[in-house]
Design a protein around this ligand. Structure first.
Ligand code: 5RP
Length: 236
């Protein structure tokens, strides 16, 4: 990561602190930008801010523990006040692509359990149309090749001509999620109707979840060299 990328992530993270209030139950996202948020949150806690965090991955939990951020589980906390998380892409309709860090399932469950979700990102993540970033899809390990074939067929029926649906690998090994599932990435190029695609993918047996987050984000905090823009959804 370049110094400038790191400082934009930090700027977005600092701005997101404005959404945090004493006593909040906070969903803690996954990824480098979400980690920048942990870095700026921890000193506030040392300074007296009282929050309880619910991590969206084992990696985030580990880092939060190292920083002394108090943690609990989603089931113990119930509804959360706010989740702060990164994204791979976001549009101005508050649709997101997430899952670049393979944490999309827990991220989505935590975001859906939160009254508000603030997305923190550098300006490169804000796009006019989603889809340049390959869409992560979490698939049950059982029969995953067969599920991947059916994902390809569903995407073709949806108008994507022979989309590449590729299993995510690292160092020659299949990437597995905290839940023990595998990840496929679908190279779509451009997603015209994100809510319709999200619903179509959710209906495929073997698809545990996918990285399209529809109707979950309530604010985007976008950091650029010239300043930080906050885009908030209309209340209601
Ligand atoms: C993890 C995610 C991340 O939020 C997303 O990949 C962005 O990560 P980064 O802030 O490192 O660019 O969805 O599953």
């Amino acid at each position: 990561m370049t110094d400038s990328a790191a400082s934009l992530k930090r700027a977005a993270a600092v701005r997101a602190l404005d959404f945090v209030e004493d006593g909040m139950k906070l969903g803690l996202g996954t990824g480098s930008t979400a980690e920048a948020f942990l870095d700026v949150l921890a000193p506030r806690i040392k300074g007296g801010l009282s929050i309880v965090g619910v991590p969206t991955s084992e990696k985030t939990a580990q880092k939060a523990r190292t920083l002394g951020i108090p943690l609990s589980t989603l089931d113990q906390m119930g509804e959360l006040d706010l989740t702060v998380d990164g994204a791979d892409e976001a549009d101005r309709a508050f649709n997101l692509i997430k899952g670049g860090g393979a944490a999309l399932l827990r991220e989505k469950i935590v975001a859906a359990s939160s009254k508000r979700m603030v997305v923190i990102a550098d300006g490169s993540k804000l796009v006019n149309r989603l889809g340049k970033y390959p869409l992560p899809i979490e698939v049950a390990a059982f029969g995953h090749l067969s599920t991947a074939r059916r994902i390809g067929l569903r995407l073709a029926a949806f108008g994507y001509a022979k989309p590449a649906v590729t299993q995510r690998m690292k160092d020659g090994e299949a990437v597995t999620t905290d839940g023990g599932n595998v990840i496929y990435d679908a190279a779509l190029g451009s997603i015209g109707d994100a809510p319709a695609l999200a619903a179509a993918l959710s209906g495929i047996p073997g698809v545990v979840d996918h990285g399209l987050f529809i109707g979950l984000a309530t604010a985007l905090v976008i950091a650029r060299e010239g300043g930080t823009e906050v885009i908030e959804a209309a209340a209601g």
